[in-house]
Write a protein of this length. Sequence first.
Length: 965
Amino acid sequence: MSETNSAASPAEGATAPHRYTAAMAAEIEPRWQDFWDAEGTYEAPNPTGELAGDPELAARPKKFIMDMFPYPSGAGLHVGHPLGYIATDVYARFQRMTGHNVLHTLGFDAFGLPAEQYAVQTGTHPRTSTEANMANMRSQLRRLGLGHDNRRSFATIDPEYYKWTQWIFLKIFNSWYDEEAGRARPIEELIAQFANGDRVAVEGRDWADLDARERAEVLGRYRLAYASDAPVNWAPGLGTVLANEEVTSEGRSERGNFPVFKAKLRQWNMRITAYADRLLDDLDGLDWPEAIKLQQRNWIGRSEGARVDFPFDGEHTGKAVTVFTTRQDTLFGATYMVLAPEHELVDEIVPAAWPDGTRESWTGGHATPAEAVEKYRAFAAGKSDVERQADAKEKTGVFTGAYAVNPVSGEHIPVFIADYVLMGYGTGAIMAVPAHDSRDFAFARAFDLPVRCVVEPTDGRSTDPLTWDDAFNAHDATLMASANAEVSLDGLDVTTAKARITGWLRERGIGEGTVNFRLRDWLFSRQRYWGEPFPIVYDEDGVAHALPESMLPLELPEVDDYSPRTFDPDDADTQPETPLSRNEDWVNVTLDLGDGPKKYRRETNTMPNWAGSCWYELRYLDPHNDQRLVDPETERYWMGPREGMPAGGVDLYIGGAEHAVLHLLYARFWSKVLFDLGYISSSEPFHKLYNQGMIQAYVYRDSRGIPVPAAEVEERDGTFWYQGEQVSRLLGKMGKSLKNAVTPDEICAEYGADTLRLYEMAMGPLDVSRPWDTRAVVGQYRLLQRLWRNVVDEATGEVSVVDVPEAEAGTDTLRALNKAVDGVTQDMAALRFNTAIAKVTELNNFLTKADRPVPRPVAEKLVLLIAPLAPHIAEELWRRLGHQDSVVHQELPVADPAYLVDETVTCVVQIKGKVKARLEVSPSVSEADLEQAALADERVQAALGGAGVRKVIVRAPKLVNIVPA
Ligand code: ANZ
């Protein structure tokens, strides 16, 4: 390629044998990558290691900079993937050059469904395919010159790593949440409380009298990891159960988009709900994007309200159902009740026959309440929770035949079952207040139930609900028609009324204020092969026992058939089968767990793919420690609380915004448990979180809408053509299936990694999505060519700088230099790499235009400034400038404030050609501003002596000539 448009190109093509080209980059880049590896350039010192013997090093502040680690997918990387990795790398390099000890590395999140499905598709063992994928990604990443401490890299599938994942599981299993202390404690401390009678395990029985099974049952209600029979999300098409976080808002599996059904199955759970308040409160201290904090807050979903007991009427006197409401103030307006169809009380309250006067429309056309309930349950079971909450106006349900009593009005109100009430929220039962809740309003209209207004409308409508189209649900209003002989809410505002009625209910023992969370416990078992085995075995009575630490890691057995058993995606009546259960030799074991050899069966579920990423930041700190999860001093040094980060954590964590409630919530939860148990000093894993934007790409489609290879599309006057056919163009995702993937390897081959790095960082602000444009990459390549030319003679290969002291570089040059130093430093600290590049470019262009040899001190500072962005060329130029040490650990230049003040020029002000004043003005002053400044000057005013002005001639910035009237 020859450059014809370059003004400062002293030599062309063959006459410039030492020009910076792709070929030269291909020689320089791997050479320095090898050098960095050999020298351990990016190895971060630990307090128990290198830091201990080096007070100077130990005195430096630290920065722990992390990426969300990748899945080693079979498709390899496209140019969109490394955007975040390059950004953290530039930032890490910047921090190294500003006096920090930097920890920066990258591992692989290699267990889980994607890796397993890929293995199943390609018919290879997941370990084989995963390892091949990792090797491929490692080499793709290495090519980018990322400064990782490779000693600290690992994959979650390494037995030395998952040994500790299993160890943490055991710690969680062996802990309980002490509500009073507000923290997790070892389960032995709970057992001690039971044993000495401080706490009652089972009403009326001594702990000592309980058998092993009963004790296990009691403890299971406290353990932070526990197995339970509960309705879980079952995806027959995937062959596994899923956590709520893995189910989309359409009620399908996030992975594979299969239907998800509720099925009652015995599964492992993590009691994340015990931490709901702390997970919510501690968000305030984190430096995270507000949008992500909001998503977590909504997911945790704290609602303040009350539980109220409604006694059943008639033959069920003595029984009551508890509802959860956030509007206890509207209790006088509750005219019917609804239980979730699955509610356990339903079967107990259903009478043999419809009570007298039951309306036809309430029965669903069925002869008995029992039949109506059964039919309606079958109907509701076919819907997902999401479908049940959708179609706001279309309400279905049936009468149970039972009545309850409104505890404040004494009114007898009918009890329905309806699918708009979910079993998994609150108590699974509601009091319905149709006047003030839209769902209840719609239901009341459909079933012809009374609607009673108890909150005075503020929007001009009357208090007669018969005239309404919808409920009145504003909160800034006043109560009415809400009094009985003992309590009146009339005239109170909603907040005061809530407090008043809650107090009244509490005094009578029929209700209390309560907080309800949307968050559910985390379903923690999967029916897969490719995950961490649970370190749990069952004895002959089915009691679960933890394996002792000495038996960790419990390695995955080698099996012939690792595929999950999948089913017809729509067949809800199927049952999951764990691949590990097929391996009887592994499942049945004889172990001595302290009371002699006994037979046990192993747990055959595996952990979800989120387990390994719940704590990996901790292992980066101390990856080879085989005695502990992490050395405490090392953890405190890199992650401990500090000024401005009260909970501690990683200094910068960059990744995609899609992980708001999965990984980021689970990792916070594990940190808090480990913190409570005293294993770590940081109670939050990630202090600062930053979401990078996406690299998008044009998708070209033919007339049938099928993507065509983007690289082969031609542009003709704004239209796009592929093999003679016109195609459409739209901006979308980049990927193999859209035939528009560009790989980093291609760009590295064509221009070099430094160009790719610069291009990705220059495309726009880091948090904004941007379209990839291969044709624009060359712009950054030219920047590097001009940089090279400012330091090296292209004809001879000799360094072309002049050896003069910096002070003799000339004021203009020093201004340009110091402005760049100042701006780049500030930009890099704020992750504004695009504007940092603009400033480096400006300085480089200034030196190019000056068209004389660059003073050595200026060239050196320029090289240092660009080093975080383009480390290979910087290392090469630094060496050629005569330095033996790597550029990586040099100090970034500091701007001299003397050169940051804007320069001025002297402007002469004349009246009728005679100089009357001199003004110091900016060289870029506008004509209008200059005219105004000249006319406002006292000396000019005095010289004019009140005479008007006929004409002003301005030649900015040097001259103003005034012609008086
Ligand atoms: C009476 C009432 C009157 C209500 C009113 C609202 C307005 P959030 O804010 O999401 O917590 N609810 C309670 N449990 C439910 C369940 N299992 N399925 C469906 N709905 C349920 O919502 C709490 C409100 O949602 C509760 O307050 C209850 O209806 C309903 F003017 O009680 B409310």
